[in-house]
Design a protein around this ligand. Sequence first.
Ligand code: GDP
Length: 453
Amino acid sequence: MTTIAAPATGNTPGGIGVIRISGDRAVEIADRVFVCADGSSLLNLKGYRAKFGSVKSAGECFDNAVALVFRAPKSYTGEDVVEISVHGGIYIIEKTLGAVFAAGAEPAQAGEFTKRAFLNGKLDLTQAESVADLISAQGEAAAKASFNLLQGALSDKIRGVTERLTDCSALMAAWVDYPYEEIPELEQEELGETLKTAQAQLQELINSYENGQTMTQGVETVIAGKPNAGKSTLMNLLAGREKSIVTEIAGTTRDVVEESVRLGELVLHLNDTAGIHAGGDAVESIGIQRAMDKISSAVLVLAVFDSSAPLSDEDRTVIEQCRGKRAIAVINKTDLQQRIDAAEIEAAFAETVYISAKNGEGAAELEDAVKRLLGVEQFDASAPILANQRQKSCCKNALDYITEARTALESGMTYDAVNVMMDSAIDELLALTGKKATAEVVDNIFSKFCVGK
Ligand code: GDP
């Protein structure tokens, strides 16, 4: 394995910037660019020890630094690792990195540190994936759920299911191979129970997928309504700052404006759409069509109504658009004289909230309604969840094989026939945690990481 290096901190100026070096030659390379203030050498330093000193390039010191040494296998990657902390200016970080490359390190590929950690058995695939998720988490629920997976919650659960299936499979194989030996015959009932339990556990994980995605990835949300209903004002209220242009001329939000906002533990990816109304110019018509498309693909719709005016045909179009969708009626402008027929709206929506987007009244009720409608109030961030489509599809395939195995067992097929399906189920679970994942799958996962992770 080559010795690799990359900045571990972001590409913006900060107090400190960290260059991470990993591989057999990590300490030797770090020692070439780092001068210990006490005259000692990094080469003799034990793991988990730090030295103050300076970094040098072409024989000249250019910044004060701290070198932290980790010795294999007790490091993030499982290899020798040195982290050099310099002042966090982009130029200084690049200069340090240049010196490290000149001393013999290779540039790290995207995700290569975490990939090495995986290959060295420090993390399984679900944990490696959670590193990327934890870094990109935008809200509390996402961060908690990802940290939980990093701690091995999903790995433990899948390992438990896999071990029980493997035990049964081994016993069945033995019974098939040596029918005359003194091997206790596996009771059909017991086998059936094991399969049933595995089915239930995998099904539970699959069921929680959507909810988990909602909590961790955020919710595609559309703010819909006729012009001047207060969509942009609501968006600004949720975003906490001016983003959409709010004016009193109908139709001023000409296209879809996007913004991600935190609502309690949730993250909403808000789309403030052009008002839905008849007529308008060509630009507006395109905006309106896009608004319609956005509504149909959104996970959540906030349908805004101006309560200071009677319900109009445009409002009824919005109501129609929301049918069959997860939509909340947001009856806006409660600070003005009320002229809307709220009963007709309430009848059409599972949730109706009354707000004044202008002064913020009712925002807390809106947050509660969103949580209720998305069913996230019961979300348990400490329970293992499937974090992505790959994990879900491994789980689903395993479940299908187990279901087939159960059917085969119940219809009286031989143990070796049942065992073929159990082995396939086990393979899927091993692929999930990465024990048996193909190099292609592994490369694909880590290619999505950034350099330095
Ligand atoms: P949009 O076309 O649906 O995006 O509507 P805007 O957000 O641009 O709002 C249209 C007008 O209604 C603006 O003058 C807002 O200040 C006003 N408005 C929005 N929400 C409220 C509210 O809760 N109360 C009152 N009184 N005016 C509001």
